[in-house]
Design a protein around this ligand. Structure first.
Ligand code: AMP
Length: 286
């Protein structure tokens, strides 16, 4: 296993693998790894001869006043976890390596990046697309794995890959949760103990919305209202940025649900921490 810091070295390693006819899987992360990340890694290891995991807290996707500086970092622990999984290559570039002086070009996604997360965090998906395209160009994987946890991010990347003819297969892997249902996230470490307990309400509320759907409710407004009410009933929930029912690919609003699938998504603040989560409403699934 090699921890690679230079793009040129990373490119040479995967070029060598390609020349040997090996398939390459890739999992981009911001590090501080948990079981959610590791499940993506396992998907990649299963489907590819060799797996590259990148660990890079990307300054371009954080807005002013967001938690770029505070974002948890621990490359030694991450390396340890990835070695145990059997990952062959870690790409761990510095911000200067990814954005050298004179860097001027950004990828600007259209409609899909202006709603929900994009509306609350202007420029976020521009930063995400730019870094992911750079990483894909450096690593040149056959497969790239993203989490359903960040469903809008996965949709934005799938759109970019289609629009810009990026030769990679994108796979979305299911959300991994704590025992009480809270979606695993590096940001969960910011939660005070009482807030951590209260955060279980997020999945509970989304599940209640999904239960309505399973029981036959097709009016999306009713489902959203149920979720919103349950979230607001938890006094530690500060602000609910949105509760939305959207198409999983375009992220445009869905008002009347037919067969699905429809993403029921929310973003909110508990204490000082902003958390996002979603479930999928789909006929025949509960
Ligand atoms: P991050 O390090 O937060 O940028 O996440 C890196 C990748 O891991 C993204 O594709 C996320 O969607 C995915 N991911 C984060 N949390 C989870 C989770 N709880 N379950 C599955 N995938 C996750």
């Amino acid at each position: 296993m090699e921890v690679i810091q230079k793009a040129a070295r990373m490119r040479a390693v995967t070029a060598g693998l390609r020349a040997e006819g090996k398939s390459i899987g890739f999992v981009p992360t911001m590090g501080h790894l948990h079981e959610g990340h590791l499940s993506l890694v396992r998907h990649s290891l299963e489907r590819s001869d060799e797996t590259v995991v990148s660990v890079f807290v990307n300054p371009a996707q954080f807005g002013e006043g967001e938690d770029f500086e505070e974002y948890p970092r621990d490359i030694l622990r991450d390396t340890d976890l990835l070695v145990k999984e059997g990952v062959q290559h870690i790409f761990y570039p510095t911000p200067e390596e990814m954005y050298p002086p004179g860097f001027r070009t950004y990828v600007e996604p259209e409609e899909i990046s202006r709603v929900l997360e994009g509306a609350v965090r202007p420029g976020h998906f521009r930063g995400v697309c730019t870094v992911v395209l750079k990483l894909l160009n450096i690593v040149r994987p056959h497969l790239a794995v993203f989490g359903w946890k960040d469903a809008q991010q996965a949709a934005v990347i799938e759109q970019m890959v289609r629009d810009l003819d990026v030769p990679v297969e994108v796979l979305r892997a299911p959300t991994v949760r704590e025992a009480d249902g809270l979606a695993m996230s590096s940001r969960n470490t910011f939660l005070e103990p009482e807030d951590r307990k209260a955060a279980a309400v997020i999945y509970k509320a989304l599940r209640a919305g999904r239960d309505l759907y399973v029981d036959g409710e097709r009016d999306a407004a009713e489902i959203r209202r149920k979720v919103q009410d349950l979230l607001e009933a938890e006094e530690r929930v500060r602000e609910v940025d949105y509760v939305a029912t959207v198409d999983p690919h375009t992220f445009q609003d869905v008002l009347k649900i037919k067969e699905g699938p429809v993403v029921l998504a929310t973003a909110l603040r508990i204490g000082k921490t902003r958390l996002i989560d979603n479930v999928v409403l789909e006929a025949g699934k509960d």
